[in-house]
Design a protein around this ligand. Sequence first.
Ligand SMILES: NC(=O)c1ccc[n+]([C@@H]2O[C@H](COP(=O)([O-])OP(=O)(O)OC[C@H]3O[C@@H](n4cnc5c(N)ncnc54)[C@H](OP(=O)(O)O)[C@@H]3O)[C@@H](O)[C@H]2O)c1
Length: 345
Amino acid sequence: MFKVAVIGSTGYAGAELVRIVSAHPQAELTMITSRQYAGQPFSDVYPAMAGIVNLTCQSFSAEAVSEAADVVFTALPHKTSMEVVPGLVARGKKVVDLSADFRFKDPAVYEAWYEPHEAKDLLKTAVYGLPEIYFDDIQNASLVGNPGCYPTSVLLPLLPIIKATFVDPDSIIADSKSGASGAGRSVSLASHYCEVNEGLKAYNVAKHRHNPEMDEVLSLFCGRTIRTTFTPHLVPMTRGMLTTIYVELTEDVSIQDVASLLDSFYADKPFVRICSPGRFPNTLHVKGTNYCDIGFQVATGTKRLVLISAIDNLVKGASGQAVQNMNIMLGLPETAGLDQLPFLL
Ligand SMILES: NC(=O)c1ccc[n+]([C@@H]2O[C@H](COP(=O)([O-])OP(=O)(O)OC[C@H]3O[C@@H](n4cnc5c(N)ncnc54)[C@H](OP(=O)(O)O)[C@@H]3O)[C@@H](O)[C@H]2O)c1
């Protein structure tokens, strides 16, 4: 059994890690931390885990965490992660960080969108944790920067087709809708029930921090600069993310061509399900699971390809993907602990 710690265990992503790791057949949760709830049983904070998780939240100490665990998940806000992660990596721990702090290759891009980076050296060795693309690099990584939820939902449908000769990579428009848990557990006016319920709004239009993240990955993957137009929306549901992407086609392409390309790209990838032509993803079908469902359509008469993805923002968009990365780093089956069946409705 590998010993696992979750730092920031009472936030939404951290708590989801606690849920998944608790049922993992080859991992044992040995340490959970929180500032606000230090000294309190986890099951007092999340009563759903009564009788399942018997750990008490601890204050963070790099020494204590390193003694207790082989692998550490840091589910902290950006900036806080870069203060915590170097001490864990220096102690030889394998770390999967869920914040944005170790996702970027170019520190200047990070600093333009976030703040000054205090652990730039680690960016050279940190691996972007999108397993469907970077599996080999993740196997050898000691630090993985787990992707953002929006980039995961945009990159998985787009990467298989972006290098094809029949698409115009300068024409990408992505439009995402996220459930309110994407904003985290701390209280804010923007995620207040009355501000979210029965409403639907765009926010950070064409200036969301996940836009440069997806653009950097797309550009590195294609070997040329790519700039997407990305608009996120907040929808009145707790979990789930649906993304619609529009790309111009430079030649006539049939829906069967797109189906073959996606099917062959993801043939041996356990968590990506390609919908048959004419069927489209639904956030309900992936809720609580690590699946990303992808549908597509060629808009007749317009030479435009439409790609649609659905993920659970807390699972494939955060903690499930983080466990998938841990599995790969440890040489475990990629699907270990991630075999939750979807609800039917
Ligand atoms: N929610 C999502 O769907 C999602 C998806 C992908 C990635 N992420 C990323 O995952 C990370 C956690 O997100 P979240 O949604 O779980 O946020 P959250 O619900 O606000 O939780 C943040 C956690 O970090 C701890 N924390 C906050 N400030 C801290 C500080 N200054 N020092 C130490 N600990 C601090 C909090 O607990 P205490 O205050 O008790 O210590 C809490 O456990 C973020 O970087 C986020 O961008 C989230």
